[in-house]
Write a new protein. Structure first.
Length: 214
């Protein structure tokens, strides 16, 4: 009964708040996002994938904020998601857009197992692959976009991440004032987008260049 109530609260929040995020989610998409939430909750006690939160907060902070990305992706885009962890932001995007393909880069073997299970259970594994390594120890996949929402020591790794990214790709990075300061410190040009219903969380759009970090 508790799971059913949690799912209903999540679905209600998605349906009621999606337009605040300029989204139009189909009933099927909301159903799949709910399945993803249920699966993640089952694994969360063992792996600590996300901090404990209410269904309403999960819907807003994790799902809807992740889905802000979809408007940046042209049809049939390829994405490298670095530090995938719980699958955020890329799994919600794959659920919402059947034309997207992604490579999930996650250094934790246990979290990589969860990601494989989630992709399989949600029926999207044919459009995604997993690299169970740190991004520094692998070659960037051929992708037009690089996304990152959470990564250990993220601020210290931003410059390396930009250099790692494919030439002429676009990085879409979630962060706040600290990330903005870092981007300015290493002299990277960026565009920032304030996330809906937030005062201090942003999506930073950074363009890589032919030679790596410009």
């Amino acid at each position: 009964m508790e799971d059913a109530e949690e799912s209903e609260r999540l679905q209600s929040t998605l349906a009621n708040q999606m337009r605040e995020y300029a989204l139009e989610l189909s009933p099927r998409t909301i159903e799949q996002l709910t399945s993803y939430y249920t699966l993640l909750r089952r694994w969360n006690e063992r792996l600590h994938l996300v901090a404990p939160c209410s269904p309403e907060e999960f819907a807003q902070r994790h799902l809807l904020e992740s889905l802000v990305l979809v408007k940046f992706f042209p049809p049939a885009s390829s994405i490298a998601d670095v530090g995938s962890g719980a699958g955020l932001p890329i799994i919600p995007c794959l659920i919402a857009r059947a034309d997207l393909k992604a490579t999930l880069v996650e250094s934790s073997p246990k979290k990589s197992v969860f990601l494989r299970e989630a992709l399989s259970q949600l029926g999207i594994s044919s459009r995604a692959s997993i690299i169970a390594k740190t991004f520094e120890s692998t070659t960037a996949p051929d992708s037009a976009f690089v996304t990152c929402r959470a990564l250990d020591e993220f601020i210290d790794k931003v410059e390396a991440l930009v250099k790692w990214s494919p030439a002429n790709s676009t990085l879409l990075l979630f962060g706040g004032e600290t990330l903005r300061q870092k981007l300015e410190q290493i002299d990277l040009r960026y565009t920032e987008h304030l996330l809906p219903l937030s005062e201090k969380r942003f999506l930073f759009q950074v363009k890589s260049v032919v030679e790596g970090c410009g």
